[in-house]
Write a protein that binds this ligand. Sequence first.
Ligand SMILES: NC(=O)c1ccc[n+]([C@@H]2O[C@H](COP(=O)([O-])OP(=O)(O)OC[C@H]3O[C@@H](n4cnc5c(N)ncnc54)[C@H](O)[C@@H]3O)[C@@H](O)[C@H]2O)c1
Length: 249
Amino acid sequence: MTKTLIAGGATGIGAAVAPAMLDQGEDVLVADVNAQGLLALEDMAKDLPGSFTGFEIDLGTPGAPAAVADQAMARMGGIDCLFVNAGLMLAARLEDWTPQMWDRSDAINLRLPMFLTQACLPALRASDNASVVFTSSTGALRGHAGMPAYHATKSGILGLVRALADELGPEGIRVNALLPGWIDTPFNNGFWDHQDDPDGTRAQIEAGIPMRRHGRADEVAGTVLYLASDAGRYVTGTQLVVDGGYTAV
Ligand SMILES: NC(=O)c1ccc[n+]([C@@H]2O[C@H](COP(=O)([O-])OP(=O)(O)OC[C@H]3O[C@@H](n4cnc5c(N)ncnc54)[C@H](O)[C@@H]3O)[C@@H](O)[C@H]2O)c1
């Protein structure tokens, strides 16, 4: 049985991974700042065979990695899959960016994956199929005006994955990046708000996606299940793009 810690999963992609794991009878802990979303997941989990714990916390705070790792050990007794999925996308014109905006983006998008992995290391070492998955983005491969910190940090995750895969590979701990394309979740609200013509921008984006539509969170979740499973045992240090072909063309 896999014990999965999801950092950022009260809505969207993480909230699709949780029930998919629970449906297989596995243990899942979701750490998230969204208390209402956690309660909704808890309610849904009652009908599924696995065991669910919600843990309310702001993952961007310095003490979060240790608190979350401790909570996961207390509630699940181990961690086989660490899915670090919380993200922050701030949008502003270059002249309006502040160091505080940059630091907050870094804290959630890049510092959290690094130090949560560090905090979970003893648990991951004890697993016989440890899998760490960081959510990057196709934004690591392409850029959009107004979001320098998002693109920089999501690109940084790819380097972090390679470094940690090299360091932890000898111990059998695998580290990979998930790169979703355009997925319909609350996450992109800030992006749409930054557009002069959100509907026009959406139509333009979808015209450039070979599958001609946004993806759904449940269409991304399977990649995390695969990476946590026996089928993924030799996959490490790489990036899995799930984008309907967006970056292929
Ligand atoms: N939706 C997309 O189109 C898309 C595309 C590429 C990458 N991504 C990435 O996917 C990941 C998940 O996003 P999503 O689309 O599922 O969006 P989402 O907003 O539905 O999910 C993100 C979750 O992380 C939580 N979170 C964010 N900041 C937090 C914090 N400081 N402390 C605790 N919890 C926090 C949110 O409450 C939410 O539950 C993000 O890393 C995002 O960058 C999304």
